[in-house]
Design a protein around this ligand. Sequence first.
Ligand code: PMP
Length: 341
Amino acid sequence: MVDIEKLVRPNILALKPYSSARDEYAGGAGIFLDANENPFGELNRYPDPHQRDLKHKLATLKAVNDNNIFVGNGSDEVIDLAFRIFCIPGVDKALTFAPTYGMYEVSSAINNIELLTIPLTTDFQIDVEKVKLYFADSSIKLLFICSPNNPTGNLMNKRDVEYILKNFNGIVIIDEAYIDFAKEASLISLIDQYNNLIVSQTFSKAWGLAAARVGLAYANSEVISLFNKVKSPYNVSKINQQAAIDALTKFEVYSERLTLILKEKERLIAQLQELVIVKKIYPSDANFLLLEVEHADSLYTALVAQHIITRNRSKQVENCIRISIGTPHENDELVKALKDI
Ligand code: PMP
C-alpha cells in the first residue's frame, strides 16, 4: 500500500470538491434560482457535475463502484489533472517510456514538471531493470504506462506492470485508451489490490465518440476523490454525458463496429503484407498499425498528395508511419494508393 496523502500536493488536500444544494437535491424537480442560468431553453441548465447517471452505468459494466470512477473532458484531462494533483511544479518529476503517447510530454511541460523517459526494449516492452533504478527517487510522483502503447500498438507485459505497481512508491497511470481492441483484459480489476493504480480509458476510440470528449479514470475512491477536488465543476457537458450514456445503451452497435474494425485490421494486414514498400508490420493490439517502410517521409508526403492522411512517426521509430484502421472503403483506397506509389 502506498501512502497516497504523502504523494499529493499539500494545497490540494485541504480543498473540498464542488458541491451545491442543487447537486444534493434528490427530487430532481425544483425552482432553481441559484446558478444565474437563463430560465428558458433546452440547454439552459448546468449539467450534473458528478455525472451520476453515466458513472452508474459504467460501474455496472466494469464491475466497480460509482466512487471508483472519474469522468473527464477526454482522457487527456485525466493526464493533466494527475500532474496537478501529484506534482509540485518545478520540484517533482514524472516517468514514462519512449516511444509513447505525446500528451504525457505536453502536459508535463505545461505543468512545469520534468518528465524522465526510459527507452522501451527493441520489442517495445518495459525494461524493468532500468525502471528499478528510479524507485529510490522520491521526487518521481507519477509513472505513465501506455498499454496498448501508442504508436507501437503492443500491450505491455502484465508481469512487468504488476512488478512496478508493487515496487514503485508513486502513482502508476495505465493508459488503456485502446484496450477494447486488445486480446487481453483491462487492468481495472487490480484497482482494489493496488491503491497507487489509476487506469484511464476513453469513449474516443472503440466507443466512437472522439468528438464528445469523454474520458475516464478508474482508481480506488481515495484517489478519485482527489480528481473530484481539482476538476472544474462542469467539466463534461450534458450533451456529452448523454452521448456516452446512449453509446453504452446501444451496446450492440458498439460491439458490431468493434468486430468490423478488428476484421478490417486483419484484412488490411494481409493486403499490406503483399506490398514491397512495407518492410514490417508491427503486431498491434490497437485500432492502428505501425508500419516500417523504405522512406517514411516521402511515403507520408505521397499519401498526403492523394488526400490520405496518416501519421509520420519516423522521429520516434525510424522510417515508421502509423495508420488508423478505417472503413472498408477507406482501407481499400489506402492500399490502392500504396500500390500506385
Ligand atoms: N491516450 C492515448 C494513448 C491516446 O492515443 C489518446 C488519443 N489519441 C488519448 C489518451 C486521449 O484520448 P481522449 O480523446 O480521451 O482525450
